[in-house]
Write a protein that binds this ligand. Structure first.
Ligand code: ADP
Ligand code: ZN
Length: 782
């Protein structure tokens, strides 16, 4: 008997090393550091995973933001740490993890939610991903026996396949059959059975081909002007390191050309480039030119007009590196590019870079941050830079490059300011037309120029930045003062005219905040008197043009004249079509909202008319002047881009406003420096940094009380450098039945405010959700 019981030899197992991962959970929880899970060596930072959350171990999506050993446990018992349950194939580059962490902190948004929104829904769902069976040349060396055993058809196929280039494979069987001129794939199936060709499975994202970006017309590259050259050389010196640049170039100075040259250079360095443009449907020309230039080497386009499968496909192309250049709107700042060498933000002043829902980020600022993370230059370009960027350039934080002249000796258009308050300008409406009275919107001067431009075969752009038919419905009884307001919002209803085909051209009212609609009341509910519609919207101008100029100039809506606004343009395609027709000369007149003020480059535009430069001037927002300057300058910049001298007529009731007079002189620098001074004196951005917090509730007193408490907490933090103003009712006090109170914090630098908010956030006293909107660096203060 053995003294010792026999034990079987233990099987030596090399255990998979247990590692730990921090995972940012995509839903709900505001956990800056994420939660810790067990994993193994195969998980990588940036990978999308499923993890169990809470007592019920609810499977929840998340993103791995850190991987390490025991140090990630913070003393937690490793046996209690649950494992990651599933790994997806989606992996974000590490630079985006860092950018996301910054976003969560800077913009006060739950970390998981930031990552949740960085990855498009279509990518998460892998929309359009299909498994395809392709055929490839086999590795079997065929002997004569084998060949002889084939059917004659298969033998023929085999002979023809051997003639094909290796590059033709792998290929869909159906396409291969077509190439070897076989009607069916039967012969190819035989070859597979015989092992002469192999069948492989690949995953591909299949997306229907979308519409083409507007044919940009000009796709050739040019010899740079000395100013362009100077900017290209200067900016390219910073390749390989972080440096923000502001490219201030007047309209038509060839900024796009500068971008193209810089991108070419960065591609030569073996890197990729990201170009942001304002919502792409609005700037098809810039995007179109870039796409055309870089199509051959691979370009991905990301914007809201894409189908889900196309979005997934483009994103994958950016991630794999197949696309070397990524062009897109706001969210393209999160393009999963691995080797970013250059980031460009075109029209950097544009409001569409700011997202007005969680996470409330500004893509221009996120682009600068990404440049810092990636260690690459960032170019912000505009004819009318934001005062934020201008202040940064003046302070030397951004390098400034100027293109003060148009290319090809092009002249800046001459701008005439017309005072609509004087009688000579007014054109009275002759008989009361459909309840309208008062004056027409096109004054004498502009009317005469319109006739001249069209008669001399020029093209015309008219801008009125006011949608709908009329701004408000009021009682004709002056003493009554009744006006039609939205039931759910503290705001007047706007009169719209439905489209003739769908709504019989009938007029109705719509609230621009909650989008609710009503029929127009026949009479004032207070006095029973008739009502009238005041305030001219763009639809009314459409009628005016037809009535006053239609016959005389042969202008016909839908034929050679179109209205371009959010109500007529249902899709990006509608917009592209209109621009195409304008480019071809079929359209002579475009009447539009700010949609037509941006980035368009048509050489034959000889007249631009601004029907009212005052639409933005009275908004209760400290950026009212800045916006007015930008709008007038940008739309004026559409004129005279070819050989014809362009003319611009700006109608206003404020002919003395600096925003308007400076825009008329194309004097950005003068305007910006004065405005910067004013902001400094009144302690407003960019001289200070601002955070605006809006508290909403269905009950006014509840919202007010919460706002009071929050303001108190922020003040109690006691940092003397921070000014806390409010709570005060927002200028629109109620939207969709929720009352709104605002608190405005400002400080010379953002850090103290971030610290104060972080303290509250850690204690659970401050959280971005549907009741609390935290807007860091707000651009709209309504
Ligand atoms: P911006 O974006 O500054 O308004 P664009 O980039 O649209 O200006 O350029 C205006 C026009 O001038 C375009 O049609 C462009 O092709 C042309 N252009 C740009 N650079 C040059 C150049 N160096 N020589 C000739 N034409 C140029
Ligand atoms: Zn409303």
């Amino acid at each position: 008997m053995d003294l010792f019981p026999q034990h079987p030899e233990p099987i030596v197992q090399i255990p998979q090393r247990v590692r730990f991962a921090r995972v940012a959970i995509e839903r709900g929880l505001d956990l800056m550091g994420g939660l810790t899970y067990q994993t193994d060596d195969d998980t990588v930072i940036g990978q999308r995973v499923v993890v169990p959350v809470g007592r019920g171990n609810t499977p929840t999506d998340g993103l791995v933001i850190d991987i390490g050993d025991q140090e990630l446990l913070d003393g937690f018992d490793p046996r209690k740490v649950k494992p990651i349950t599933k790994r997806y194939d989606i992996v974000l580059p590490e630079s985006l993890i860092e950018l996301g962490k910054w976003m969560a902190e800077y913009y006060m948004c739950p970390l998981g939610m930031v990552f949740g929104s960085i990855i498009p829904g279509a990518v998460k769902a892998q929309t359009g991903l299909r498994t395809q069976k392709l055929v490839q040349l086999g590795t079997v060396q065929p002997d004569d026996e084998l060949i002889k055993s084939l059917t004659p058809k298969a033998r023929d196929a085999w002979a023809k396949i051997q003639e094909l280039d290796a590059e033709a494979f792998p290929v869909l069987p159906r396409l291969l059959a077509a190439r070897i001129e076989h009607k069916t794939t039967a012969s190819i199936k035989r070859l597979i059975e015989a092992g002469l060709v192999d069948e492989i499975e690949v995953q591909r994202i299949i997306a229907p081909k979308g519409f083409d970006l507007l044919d940009a017309g000009d796709s050739g590259t040019h010899n740079l002007t000395p100013d362009q050259n100077n900017a290209v050389i200067g900016i390219s010196k910073s390749f390989g390191k972080f440096q923000p640049h502001l490219l201030h170039g007047v309209t038509g100075s060839g900024k796009t050309e500068v971008y193209i040259k810089l991108i070419e250079q960065v591609l030569e360095r073996g890197q990729q480039a990201i170009v942001l443009v304002p919502e792409i449907a609005l700037t098809p020309q810039t995007a179109g030119r870039l796409v055309k230039c870089f199509e051959k080497i691979g370009v991905a386009v990301l914007h809201s007009g894409l189908s889900r499968s196309a979005r997934n496909q483009q994103w994958a192309a950016a991630a794999s590196g197949e696309a070397r250049v990524v062009v897109g709107a706001r969210s393209a700042v999160f393009a999963p590019v691995k080797n970013t060498g250059l980031i460009i933000v075109d029209e950097e002043h544009d409001g569409s870079y700011k997202q007005d829902q969680l996470p409330r980020y500004n893509a221009r600022n996120a682009a600068v941050k990404r440049g810092q993370v990636e260690g690459c230059p960032v170019v912000l370009g505009s004819a009318t830079p934001s005062l934020e960027s201008w202040a940064n350039a003046r302070a030397g934080r951004y390098a400034l490059w100027s293109l003060p002249k148009r290319v090809n000796q092009g002249e800046m258009p001459s701008v005439k300011i017309v005072n609509m308050a004087i009688d000579e300008e007014r054109v009275k409406i002759r008989e009361s037309q459909g309840g309208l009275r008062g004056d027409h919107t096109i004054g004498r001067t502009l009317g005469a120029e319109l006739v001249r431009a069209i008669e001399s075969n020029g093209q015309v752009i008219l801008l009125l930045n006011r949608r709908g038919f009329a701004s408000v419905i009021v009682s004709t009884d002056k003493k009554c003062g009744w006006k039609l307001e939205c039931d759910q919002c503290d705001s007047t209803m706007v009169v719209h005219r439905g489209c003739v085909r769908q709504q019989g051209g009938r007029r109705f009212v719509r609230c621009h905040h909650c989008l609710s609609e009503q029929v127009i009341p026949k009479q004032c509910p207070m006095t029973g008197k008739p009502v009238i519609e005041l305030g001219v919207g763009i639809q009314r101008v459409e009628d005016e043009i037809t009535q006053r100029f239609g016959e005389r100039l042969g202008l016909k809506l839908g034929e050679n004249f179109e209205r371009v606004d959010a109500d007529t343009m249902n899709s990006a395609k509608d917009y592209f079509d209109v621009l195409d027709r304008f480019a071809s000369g079929e359209l002579k007149l475009l009447l539009g909202t700010q949609m037509i003020a941006k980035g368009l480059d048509f050489p034959n535009v000889s007249l631009v008319g601004v029907l009212s430069a005052d639409t933005a001037l009275y908004l209760p927002d400290f950026r009212a002047e800045e916006r007015t300057f930008q709008l007038v300058s940008q739309v004026a910049g559409r004129a005279g881009r070819g050989t014809k001298q362009g003319k611009v007529i700006v109608q206003t009731l404020n002919p003395g406003s600096a925003a308007i007079t400076r825009a008329a002189k194309h004097d950005f620098v003068g305007f910006a420096n004065d405005e910067l001074n004013t902001r400094r004196l009144s302690g407003l951005p960019p001289a200070t940094r601002m955070v605006r917090i809006v508290i909403r509730d269905e009950q006014n007193n509840v919202a007010h009380q919460r706002a009071l408490e929050l303001a108190e907490l922020l003040r109690a933090d006691g940092d003397q450098r921070i000014t806390v103003v409010g709570p005060m009712p927002c200028s629109i006090t109620r939207i969709a039945n929720r009352y709104r109170w605002a608190i405005e914090m400002s400080c010379a630098s953002p850090k103290p405010m971030q610290v104060a908010m972080m303290h509250l956030r850690e204690k659970g006293l401050l959280k971005s959700d549907s009741a609390v909107a935290i807007d860091v660096d707000p651009i709209w203060l309504m």
